[in-house]
Design a protein around this ligand. Sequence first.
Ligand SMILES: [Zn+2]
Ligand SMILES: [Zn+2]
Ligand SMILES: [Zn+2]
Length: 230
Amino acid sequence: MENDNDAKMQNLNEYLLDTRERFCAINSDYFDNEIPDIMVRISDRLYSRIGYAHSNPLGIVLSSRYLEKYGWETLDEVLKHEIAHIYAYHFYGERGHRGENFREACKKMGVSPSARTNDLYVEREKWHYRCRNCGQTISTYRPLRSVEYCDSCDGTSDETMLIKVNKDQIDMPLNEFRKKVRPKINVYRCIKCGREVRRYKRWTEKHSCAVCNPDDFDNTCLMELVRNKA
Ligand SMILES: [Zn+2]
Ligand SMILES: [Zn+2]
Ligand SMILES: [Zn+2]
């Protein structure tokens, strides 16, 4: 366990050094080193976003999850896009993706000005989900619908099912978390084929089984709420 953590920290540190070096190279290649020193962070909690830039203080956060998945081939473009946001905001007060200077900076670096990563000043992630097995939390900008399982743990069981948590429960010691936080999961079962679907939120309308009736709604084959606790 401790070795795993060490390896993870080492990875994050390497990404961090890489990112800083790349930032300096881009600043020198495209901006005559005029962009001031910014805060660079690598986060293993970014889930629905690859990266984002923030203004106060100026900084960029990249997702280690996506760095691992796609490497610098993809993340280099994201980093440049975020640097364009930093540049456009710092020198011209531009936010978002329509500013003239932002678009010019993107063009200069040969990257897309579209919002492939989330907007610069988007509100903080609101939805948090935590694995009861390893304790890792993931945060998303939009709520998850059907139940997801922890990426870091093996298998899809009740233990590795991500549980919706509030801010206080994110850093709760793991034992306490397991004891105190009861997962609220809605389980629906098809009254015909018995297939089960797990969801964080209840459906607001009736649903028929997508396996029995893949094409349309059938009132005689409904998904029935059978449990609302895991
Ligand atoms: Zn953007
Ligand atoms: Zn886990
Ligand atoms: Zn069915």
